[in-house]
Design a protein. Structure first.
Length: 707
């Protein structure tokens, strides 16, 4: 644990001593917020023994986010990393990366099946259709199953309004070529409520960055029907269609001299997703409520990825083009039973997710320009390399049972004991003749995994103003389909397991106007999957890594009168306990790459008159190593942003957002392939995803309400 972290933890411990425990008044507790993601049921945040960040509907409406990062990055310890056109990577108690260590949910249901994680998955969400976002930080597999290691991000769909409402909005920026249109309508007729939410965004080819167009259309439709005073139906459908260029990264010299350049002229991502849920909820026992959710999803992801281009010899390079499809049908059944004894509650259920996952890939031969380094054109390489084809289907079945018992053995305390047992089966079918000199892939097989994820936590009320908690939980990640079947041979892999330990404190000051939420954590991973080089040109996946992530998250929120402010920071250290990638290369004990020392944001807002607000935001990203050898460093950056809005008339609002106010040059992502041995060539080994220059976005929206 580094010195900064220890000093800050000690300061918090001294500043907020424990008071005599009291049974909290749950209708008037100064720190209380209702959340659903910590237990899969309505719960008081003060009685939830896990770090949870909450963004509510009021904040979404006020700040009108352009990207998911505008929503998520205000939560301490959460960082959504912008890769352009809603493509992204993530950092929650893990380095910034693309690994399958997060669970992305919509109303508590995973938006993708296990084994087919995509770090860009949040581009499948409709931001305009959300009423809030909750982020469970740390391992949460006891409730949400696989991949809930660094955290679980749960988007809550917006329900119908009680009276007729409708809205329309438009926004455009000056340098990004970005335009977006929003529409929404909602009403309730007797027992039936309907809500429609939509947005369409367009990023033209005429902007600060070459080859960076991006089109997205997204809509949500939600219906709620009251069957009786104690039961209801809820149906949702969400559809997104993204067609975007993959601008890719730049080498060192281009990043320094011409950050708007793109080496790519044909790379793309085309994601089309549809999700449908039908849920029945009703009282089935005395003080007991059951929920039955049937869900389906269809995801189609076609891409010619920029990150796959490499292995260049002269002016010829290699690449791939692929399509990954998911077709799912699932069932989630949950029962919540309240007991008077010890004010206890039992939440238990079963989960079944059956998914078909066909995958097709072809190798490409790519020609690049000698003078500029741009990739000009491509052709299929399979005529000269017949082993370059992959065509297979994996049938994925995930069944699980879960239970969580909550009780209060003493006044002011709440204990949570839970666990989930997951069974996973992959049925792999190679559509081609496996191995040999004709086609590429592994022979047909079936493989099963299982894992039990426990959780034990407790909260302790400190008077009216505070609550402390402790939590021990576990997360796991099964091998991804691509990790098992991406090569001719099948790797002998098992799930990776992560143990999470945390202590937290929530406190309210100034009659609840200022709120503190902080957590100290450690996350230990074992059997992490690494690519081990057996011999030059020959590598295989192995459960051979161990990692440790530890840090302090601190969030402060203030809201009173004309002023509001928020502060969020995460001071963290991520390192390899064991990471040997070949017989001669060992990174054990090194810091993990793309792991900033801190990620901090601060915003102060002022409301000069009713209906107006102006806010200034500062964002700081600390230094981090760009490579495993810890020899190449990104120096970090600090940015300023500004927001302003004004209510012109009833329902009519104008607003502006200025990003990168000081027009700083910075990188959204920086990495290096330098292994720490041999010669170092910055301009061929270092790569950067450049951040956008100063941009000004103007918007106008109108909302009609019958109230």
């Amino acid at each position: 644990m580094n010195k900064k972290l220890l000093v800050l933890a000690a300061a918090i411990t001294v500043a907020y001593p424990c008071a005599q425990a009291q049974q909290p008044d749950q209708t008037d507790h100064a720190i209380d917020t209702v959340v659903v993601s910590g237990s899969r049921a309505l719960s008081w945040l003060s009685e939830t023994p896990q770090a949870i960040g909450v963004i509510n509907a009021k904040t979404l409406e006020r700040d009108k986010p352009k990207t998911m990062g505008d929503i998520l990055n205000r939560i301490a310890g959460v960082y959504w990393n912008d890769l352009g056109n809603e493509q992204h990577s993530m950092s929650i108690r893990q380095p910034i990366g693309t690994n399958a260590v997060y669970q992305y949910l919509e109303d508590g249901i995973p938006i993708r099946p296990l084994g087919v994680f995509n770090h860009n998955s949040l581009n499948e969400m409709n931001m305009a259709g959300a009423s809030g976002v909750e982020v469970v930080k740390g391992a949460a597999s006891s409730l949400y199953g696989s991949n809930a290691v660094g955290g679980a991000v749960n988007f809550l769909t917006a329900g119908a309004s009680a009276t007729p409402t409708a809205s329309v909005g438009v926004r455009r920026d000056n340098v990004g070529g970005y335009t977006r249109y929003d529409t929404a309508a909602s009403d309730t007729w007797g027992p039936l409520g309907l809500r429609f939410s939509h947005y369409s965004s367009r990023r033209s080819r005429d902007n600060w960055q070459e080859y960076s167009y991006g089109d997205k259309d997204s809509f949500s439709l939600r219906a709620d029907y009251a069957l009786s005073p104690t039961s209801q139906l809820r149906a949702t459908i969400v559809h997104t269609d993204l067609d975007a260029a993959m601008t890719g990264s730049l080498f060192e010299n281009d990043y320094r001299r011409n950050p708007g350049k793109s080496l790519n002229t044909f790379t793309y991502r085309k994601d089309r997703t549809t999700r449908m849920n039908l849920a029945w909820e009703g009282q089935t026992t005395a003080n007991g409520t059951s929920t039955i959710t049937v869900f389906t999803r269809k995801n189609d992801h076609g891409q010619l990825p920029a990150y796959s281009i490499g292995s260049c010899v002269g002016m010829l390079c290699k690449g791939v083009i692929n399509n990954n499809h998911v077709d799912s049908l699932g069932l989630d059944v949950k029962h919540q039973q309240e007991f008077a004894w010890l004010r206890s509650r039992l939440i238990a259920g079963v989960y079944v997710d059956k998914s078909d996952n066909p995958f097709v890939s072809d190798n490409l031969s790519i020609v690049r320009d000698a003078a500029t380094g741009r990739y000009l054109r491509y052709s299929l390489a399979n005529a000269s390399n017949p082993q370059g084809v992959r065509d297979y289907q994996t049938d994925i079945l995930n069944t699980a049972v879960f239970a969580q018992w909550e009780f209060s053995p003493l006044p002011g305390t709440r204990v949570v004991l839970g666990g989930r047992s997951d069974a996973i089966r992959y049925d792999y079918h190679n559509q081609l003749a496996p191995g040999g000199s004709v086609n590429y892939g592994a022979p047909d097989e079936s493989r099963s995994f299982s894992h039990v994820s426990p959780k034990l936590g407790a909260t302790y009320a400190i008077g009216h103003a505070g609550s402390a908690y402790a939590n021990v939980s576990q997360g796991f990640t099964p091998p991804e389909v691509s990790q098992l079947y991406g090569k001719t041979g099948i790797a002998n892999l098992q799930p990776s397991v992560y143990n999470n330990y945390e202590l937290g404190l929530r406190w309210a000051f100034l009659q609840g106007r200022l709120k503190l939420d902080t957590a100290l954590y450690r996350l230990d991973g074992r059997d992490t999957i690494v690519s081990y080089t057996v011999s030059p040109g020959n590598s295989e996946n192995r459960n051979a890594g161990r990692t440790r992530s530890e840090g302090l998250e601190l969030g402060l929120n203030y809201d009173s009168g004309p002023f509001d402010a928020r502060f969020a920071t995460a001071i963290a250290r991520h390192r390899y306990l064991r990471y040997q990638v070949s017989s001669t290369l060992d990174y054990s004990g090194r810091a993990m790459p793309q792991a900033p020392r801190d990620i901090t944001s601060f915003e102060v807002g002022y409301k000069p008159v009713a209906g107006a607000r102006i806010a200034l935001e500062a964002v700081h990203q600390g230094r981090y190593w760009m490579n495993n050898a810890n020899t190449v460093e990104y120096k970090g950056h600090a940015l300023l942003n500004m927001r302003a809005s004004y209510q012109i008339a009833r329902g009519l609002e104008a607003w502006a957002q200025v990003r990168n106010l000081m027009d700083k040059r910075y990188a959204d992502s920086a990495s290096s392939s330098y292994a720490g041995t041999g010669s170092y060539a910055a301009n061929t080994q270092n790569q950067y995803t450049p951040g956008a220059p100063r941009s000004v976005m103007l918007g106008l929206s109108y909302t009609y309400s019958a109230l």
